[in-house]
Structure formats: C-alpha cells, structure tokens
Design a protein around this ligand. Structure first.
Ligand SMILES: NC(=O)c1ccc[n+]([C@@H]2O[C@H](COP(=O)([O-])OP(=O)(O)OC[C@H]3O[C@@H](n4cnc5c(N)ncnc54)[C@H](OP(=O)(O)O)[C@@H]3O)[C@@H](O)[C@H]2O)c1
Length: 276
C-alpha cells in the first residue's frame, strides 16, 4: 500500500483501520485483509483485543502500526504517564506508534484547558524522548486549540485527526494543518454511513463504477487525508481498501468540496454533543 511519511520520519500506510466498536474477530479479519495501521484509544476499551489478534495473526509487531489516544479523564502530566503505561500493558508492547490527545478539553467546565493540554503534551514529549512513542498527535483540536500546543511544544505534532468526510470537510482546520506539514487523518471518513445515500455520492459511484464508500475514501486520499474506515465484514474491508483503484477527476473533486453540509456527527470540541 502507498505510504505517507510523517514529520517525525515515521512511515505509515495511506489507509488505516478504525477500531471504535471493533471486535477481536474484525481486527483479526482486518489484519488478514492487509490493514497495517490500527486506530484505537483507551476509551474504546479494545486495546487488549488488538494485542491478542496481532499475537494470533503471527504478524510481527514491527510490521503493524498502532495508534492510541489519551482520554479526557486521563489528562495532566502524571495521569498521562499512568494512562500510557496502562495502554502499553493492554497492547503487550513496549511502544506505541502514534499517541494522540483525544479531545482538547477534559470537560467543558474547566476554564484552564490550555494548561491541561500543555501538561499532557509535556508527558507525551517525555515518553517520545524515551522512545516509547514514535509520533505524537492531536485529535479534535481546532486551530486555536493547536496554537496553544505550538506556543510551548518542543516536539511538533505529526498527526491531526478530526471528523472529515464529504459534507463535513472542516477546511479551516484542514488548511491550517496542511500549512504546518502535519498529516491529517479522517475519522468517520464515510460519516459513519450517513453520507452514503447522498445524491452526489451515489451519482459519482455510478459514474466511476465503484461504491459510495469508495467515493468517500478516494476523496480523502485525493485531499492527502488518511482515512480510518471501520468495517465489520471482510467484503467491506476489501471494498474500502480497493478505493485506491480509481481516481476522481478535478471537476468531481470540486463538486464534492462544494456540496451542501451533510452527515456531521454533532460532535464539537467546545460544545455538548449537538443532537442532529
Ligand atoms: N478521534 C475521535 O474522536 C474519533 C471519533 C470517531 C471515530 N474515530 C475513529 O475513526 C474510525 C472510523 O470512524 P467511524 O467508525 O465513526 O465511521 P466510518 O468509518 O465512517 O463508518 C463506519 C460505518 O460504516 C459502515 N461501513 C464500513 N464500510 C462500509 C462499506 N463498504 N459499505 C457500507 N457500509 C460500510 C460500518 O458498518 P459495519 O461495521 O457494520 O461494517 C460502520 O457502521 C473509528 O473506528 C475510530 O477509529 C475517532
């Protein structure tokens, strides 16, 4: 598979596997289908299943990349060090490839979220300098949240992950991270299914003789955004990886870029979840 090189020098596959609500069996199947980057988080509660599937697959640890995230309740210097130790224990590994802050605000009541983020980041830098993390990342950070990290960090983030799919592109964040040379990753690259019935996505799927999920994922690749699709069946896993086998022309990319908003999850770092 085509690879991307992060600013830390780490090479990662251009498509990852999302593991929110993924089971041991689906992770086993994803390994067998060729996925080599797994996006998990302490919050997902399945780090141990990933370790178990990897052990049983016979694939070497160094041939797979695992990303995990420090959860809201685990932020702060000491908490992060402890949360990371637990993640390593779950993963039965002595390192994590990519480690991200899951959300910039531990809760909406905390006024001094900036200090909380900086302390968390300082702990991650410490773990990075010990060789326990190969690249650091931010998840759900809008540009102004990230500016706080940039104001003090010694090690630059390599990855920024946020909701990104046709109908919800977050161009201000996308352009901000692009300018800084930070790799963007798309969570819910198919809007968790909410964009697959869109009229334009369906029209383009017909035109290119592909499926709506493949249009969404190919669009991510075109934007140099790494998609993290989650799927439960082998057929879907294969279908999603096969998005590399065609390309969208410039006019169609432009049509997707300017389609009406659709499929937003309702999640925003500075708000209670908005019911859609
Ligand atoms: N950083 C964050 O805060 C954050 C938030 C959300 C998600 N994420 C990450 O991003 C990953 C992906 O996001 P997501 O799971 O929300 O959404 P997604 O990958 O956009 O969509 C997954 C949904 O689409 C279905 N699907 C997958 N492939 C399909 C296909 N070829 N045809 C039809 N339906 C298909 C899946 O169904 P089945 O499973 O039934 O196959 C599942 O319901 C997560 O797993 C997680 O790793 C991160």
């Amino acid at each position: 598979m085509h690879t991307l090189t992060l600013n830390s020098g780490l090479k990662i596959p251009a498509i990852g596997f999302g593991t929110y609500k993924a089971t041991y069996n689906s992770i086993m199947a994803a390994l067998d289908e060729g996925y080599r980057y797994f996006d998990t988080a302490s919050f997902y509660g399945n780090e141990s299943e990933i370790a178990e599937a990897l052990t049983h697959s016979g694939i070497k640890r160094e041939d797979v990349l695992i990303a995990s995230k420090v959860w809201k309740s685990e932020m702060g210097y000491d908490n992060t060090i402890n949360a990371f130790a637990k993640t390593l224990e779950n993963l039965k590994s002595d390192y994590v490839d990519v480690y991200l802050i899951h959300w910039p605000r531990p809760n909406l009541e905390l006024d001094d979220w900036k200090s909380s983020d900086l302390e968390t980041w300082r702990a991650m830098e410490h773990l990075y300098s010990q060789g326990k993390i190969r690249a650091l990342g931010l998840s759900n950070f809008l540009p102004y949240h990230a500016e706080n990290i940039f104001s003090r960090c010694e090690i630059m983030p390599s990855v920024a992950q946020f909701e990104f799919h046709p109908g919800y592109l977050q161009f201000p964040a996308l352009n901000y991270y692009r300018q800084k040379g930070i790799q963007v990753q798309a969570w819910s690259p198919m809007g968790r299914g909410r964009v697959l019935d869109d009229i334009l996505i369906r029209e383009l799927a017909m035109k290119y003789h592909v499926t709506p999920p493949q249009v969404c994922l190919r669009f991510c690749l075109h934007e140099n955004v790494m998609p993290l699709p989650k799927a439960s069946s082998r057929e879907r896993m294969r279908e999603n990886l096969a998005c590399v086998n065609f390309s969208l022309d410039d006019e169609d990319i432009s049509r997707i870029e300017s389609m009406p908003p659709i499929g937003w999850s309702g999640e925003h770092p500075d708000r209670e979840r908005v019911k859609i």
